[in-house]
Every structure is written in structure tokens, then in C-alpha cells.
Design a protein around this ligand. Structure first.
Ligand SMILES: *Cc1c(COP(=O)(O)O)cnc(C)c1O
Length: 354
């Protein structure tokens, strides 16, 4: 499919101070758009000036939430080249989400080539500061003007780009996490494994209550017994207990993170004992009491590795590794960011150059 390009006649001023970028506030000059209509398939692929879109107030996505998204980053290396980290995995996962949400599949190779073309056009927007990057948000949503419930016949696929600051400006600060016992995020047979807006809408209430108690994030337990650990809602979670690196296995209610997968692959390569298995919050608390809980960390594209310093489960507050980052967390962080920013050789074959 050919991609039409319409360049902006009014390019925006690029942010002068990259230390103030933050996350998700600023968008570049152009976006990628493509339409889907039943019968015609995906068509009218185009790169156009970034701007507002018009939708019917009856657009199905607004009423029943038929939407999926992805998140990845473009990195600028010291020699000025631009690279992506495992982007094929994002578009593969997008099709898994699409299948679950009855959204038409995309051609993974085509959208990756479209993304490369968009980034090539917007490359001056990629920050130069170490740790900063260009966040990439592909998403698909239903647009039919219809307030009945059924899978839609019309969709938009879009990619927007947002220059983002370094997640950690003052080193890897451990986060405080609250074990959620009232609300659940996903249930057996539900949409936990899909990257869909609904999973976030459902998580806001627990997140809000955690914030009110001065905790930054929520650790979700399984939706059936509320015993088994699942994930942090925008990050997967890992525990290091007595030398074993443990992460909950993908049972359908956990999002299959690409940073999770990469962390497992690195630990395996380093000869560590890595287990994808069910793990209860009780087991973690017992390991803590016997002094065997060495490290806890979250994994996700935004932070890469996020050490957990405090874990609150009911009245029990666990302080992990003295509220400092542990050696495995640090090694994973250094290796993954080293590969992403081209500071160390990519012997895993994860980098796609633009
Ligand atoms: C995106 C996401 C993650 C992390 O996935 P990565 O591919 O590592 O960025 C974890 N949990 C949820 C719910 C997510 O949406």
C-alpha cells in the first residue's frame, strides 16, 4: 500500500529544554492515519499534519470502548543514528489484542514500514538528552456512528509521537507499591492480556486510592482468589527470592510485556535461575520474613526497570533491599538501556535501525 504524505506548512517550535519534557504532553508535527471499512480492508494510508480529528458523537469507541493501543520508543544514539527496540513484537502483540477485541488485524510489516517513514520525517523531534526518547503510540478504535452493541465496521489506525524526558532524572528511585485487595484488574477469560483502554479504565479507582495513601502504583492480585500476583498495571513484576528470579506466568490475565520477555531472556543468557510461575503474595511475605526477598522490580517500556522499595500488603509494610536498587535490577537496566541507546553491542538482535 502506498503512503501519501502531506507535510505541515506550520511546523511547531521544538522544546528547548529537554529536562522539562515530562511524559505524554507534547506531540510532533505529523501523524500516520489509515482507515478500515468492512469489505475494503485497511486503506488510505497517509502521513498528515498532527491535528484534531472529527468523530461522530455516536462513534462506537466512545460508548463501548472498542480500542487497542501499543507503546514503544525511538532512541537517538551517540553517533546520531535512530533506533527502535523490538518493534516487531509490538505489532505482533497489537494483532493479539485486535483478535481479542474483534478489531481487524493489521499487516505487521506494513505498519512497521509506515512507522519508520513517520519517524524519518520527524527525526529532529527525537531528544538528544541521555535517557530521553521519542514515545510512539499506535492505536486503533471503532468509528461507526451507531449506539448498538456489536463489533464495528469502520476503524481508524493512527500513530502519534511524543518526545519524552528521561524517566529517572535522579537515578533509579525505588517506587512504593500497594497490594490491591479490594479491586481486581482482570479475570480469567477477560481482556488482561490485551493492550486495551478498558484495562486502564478499570484500574483507575484502585490507583486513585493508592495515591491517596501515598503509594505510587498498585500491585494487582488475581481476579478469582486475590492470592496470586499478576502485575502492576502498566508494568510486569519480578521477584528475586533466594537467587531465583520469579515472574508470574502468562495465564491470560497478565499483559505479556516486551520488557518482561527481554528481562527473562537476559537472565537466562546470564545463567540465572528464572521461573515463570504462579506466586502468591503470601510466598513473597514469607520470603521477606525469612530474609530471602532480595529484589522486587517492575518492567515496562516507560521505565525499563523500576525497582520496588516498599510493598504494602494490608498492615504489613515490606522494605526491600533497604529501599535501594538491587544488583540484578541494575544489571538489567544497564544492559537494556545500553542496547537501546547503542552504548553496548546488540548481541540479542533486538535493534531495528531507522
Ligand atoms: C504495556 C503494558 C505493560 C508493559 O509492557 P512492555 O511491552 O514491557 O512495555 C505491562 N502491563 C500492562 C497492563 C501494559 O499495558
Amino acid at each position: 500500500m502506498e503512503i501519501k504524505v502531506q507535510k505541515t506548512t506550520a511546523p511547531k517550535e521544538k522544546p528547548a529544554d529537554e529536562t522539562k519534557l515530562g511524559f505524554g504532553h507534547i506531540f510532533t508535527d505529523h501523524m500516520f492515519v489509515m482507515n478500515y471499512d468492512t469489505g475494503e480492508g485497511w486503506h488510505n494510508a497517509r502521513i498528515v499534519p498532527y491535528g484534531e480529528i472529527s468523530l461522530s458523537p455516536a462513534a462506537m469507541c466512545l460508548h463501548y470502548g472498542q480500542e487497542i493501543f501499543e507503546g514503544l520508543k525511538a532512541y537517538r544514539t551517540a553517533d546520531g543514528s535512530i533506533q527502535l527496540f523490538r518493534p516487531d513484537e509490538n505489532f505482533k502483540r497489537m494483532n493479539v489484542s485486535a483478535e481479542r477485541m474483534v478489531i481487524p488485524k493489521i499487516d505487521e510489516e506494513f505498519v512497521l514500514s509506515a512507522l519508520k517513514q513517520l519517524i524519518e520525517l520527524e527525526k529532529d523531534w527525537i531528544p538528544h538528552t541521555d535517557g530521553a526518547s521519542l514515545y510512539i503510540r499506535p492505536f486503533i478504535f471503532a468509528t461507526d456512528p451507531y449506539v448498538g452493541v456489536r463489533p464495528a465496521d469502520h476503524y481508524l489506525f493512527m500513530i502519534i509521537l511524543s518526545p519524552s524526558g528521561a524517566y529517572y532524572s535522579t537515578g533509579l528511585n525505588p517506587v512504593k507499591i500497594y497490594v490491591e485487595e479490594k479491586y481486581v484488574r482482570a479475570v480469567r477469560g477477560g481482556t488482561g492480556f490485551a493492550k486495551t483502554a478498558a484495562n486502564y479504565a478499570i484500574s483507575l479507582k484502585g490507583q486513585d486510592e493508592a495515591h491517596n495513601q501515598d503509594y505510587e502504583q498498585v500491585l494487582w492480585l488475581d481476579g478469582v482468589e486475590q492470592k496470586y500476583i499478576e502485575e502492576v498495571g502498566s508494568m510486569n513484576i519480578f521477584f528475586v527470592i533466594d537467587g531465583e528470579v520469579i515472574t508470574p506466568k502468562l495465564t491470560g490475565s497478565v499483559l505479556p510485556g516486551i520488557t518482561r520477555k527481554s528481562s527473562i531472556e537476559l537472565c537466562q543468557k546470564w545463567g540465572m535461575k528464572v521461573s515463570e510461575r504462579r506466586i502468591t503474595i503470601q510466598e513473597v511475605a514469607e520470603a521477606y520474613d525469612s530474609g530471602k526477598l532480595d529484589e522486587v522490580f517492575g518492567t515496562g517500556t516507560a521505565a525499563v526497570i523500576s525497582p520496588v522499595g516498599h510493598l504494602k500488603w494490608g498492615d504489613k509494610i515490606m522494605t526491600i533491599n533497604d529501599n535501594k536498587i538491587g544488583p540484578i535490577s541494575q544489571k538489567l537496566y544497564d544492559t537494556m538501556t545500553g542496547i537501546q541507546y547503542g552504548k553496548i553491542p546488540d548481541d540479542m538482535g533486538w535493534i531495528v535501525k531507522i
